[in-house]
Ligand binder design. Structure first.
Ligand SMILES: [Fe+2]
Length: 249
């Protein structure tokens, strides 16, 4: 059993195109769209390749055309890029996002997996750090070997009792200071958190074509090049930090 685990693709087709690993099944932990310039191609790839996929907060927001107010940071980027996501997606692609489950249980090679975008308790929005005390109550009674979750855009694995939490990081919008695409491979009992370089300038060129707002274009270019939101773009109270809420991550 070799699983390819992806999350938080965020419309970054150039990054997604570099994630090419042999696998028996692909798992997607949500946030296929928003921020990045090519959401439709990413939805098509996930539809064609992911055996198991859940809905992220941004998939939900684009499917339902949720408007996010925000004047700074990631909330601002969501407010600017969501209309593009909605316009770029065909009706059946938005329906696909709307129909995705918020959690998914499956068994593979005798191992039980739970997939959520965020956490089992709050599957689309809760921000989960790599802390045992945070995860322990959220895993109580689940009886699974693996929990696969994204949302933080920061890869980690965390052993909590009999469960291994696997966060593959973000394919398309890293936030851990490493601008490369992140994903994970689960191969038997071995988990690898992997990174791969991708043509970042191709993504930035696509942003130039897709995003009319000059401030958003510059913010996105900075994030794609550095693997995080530079402090010069941060303003207090606008969903910039690691907090919760539909506008972020
Ligand atoms: Fe995300």
């Amino acid at each position: 059993m070799r699983l390819l685990v992806v999350a938080d693709i965020h419309g970054n087709r150039a990054a997604l195109d570099t994630v090419r690993e042999p696998h028996d099944a692909c798992v997607c932990a949500g946030d296929i769209v928003d921020y990045g310039p090519e959401p439709a191609a990413c939805v098509e790839w996930v539809r064609a390749n992911a055996a198991y996929c859940v809905r992220g907060n941004h998939d939900h927001g684009a499917a339902q055309n949720v408007e996010i107010p925000g004047t700074g940071g990631f909330r601002y980027l969501t407010s600017v890029t969501r209309p593009h996501s909605v316009a770029a997606l065909a009706p059946d692609q938005r329906r696909y996002l709307a129909d995705l489950p918020t959690s998914r249980l499956f068994t593979r090679a005798g191992k039980r997996f739970l997939v959520v975008h965020a956490t089992p308790r709050d599957p689309m929005d809760e921000y989960a750090p790599a802390e045992e005390n945070f995860w322990r109550p959220r895993l109580a009674g689940l009886n699974v070997d693996y929990v696969i979750a994204g949302h933080t855009h920061q890869p980690y694995t965390l052993r909590v009792g009999g469960t291994l939490v696997v966060n593959p990081g973000s394919v398309g919008l890293s936030r851990d200071g490493d601008p490369r695409a992140a994903y994970a491979i689960i191969d038997g009992d071995e988990v690898q958190l992997k990174r791969v370089e991708y043509p970042i300038e191709d993504t930035i060129r696509a942003v130039e074509a897709a995003t009319a707002d000059a401030t958003a274009r510059q913010m996105l270019a900075d994030i794609f090049r550095t693997g995080g939101m530079p402090t010069r773009w941060l303003r207090p109270g606008n969903g910039n930090g690691n907090g919760n809420g539909n506008g972020a991550h």
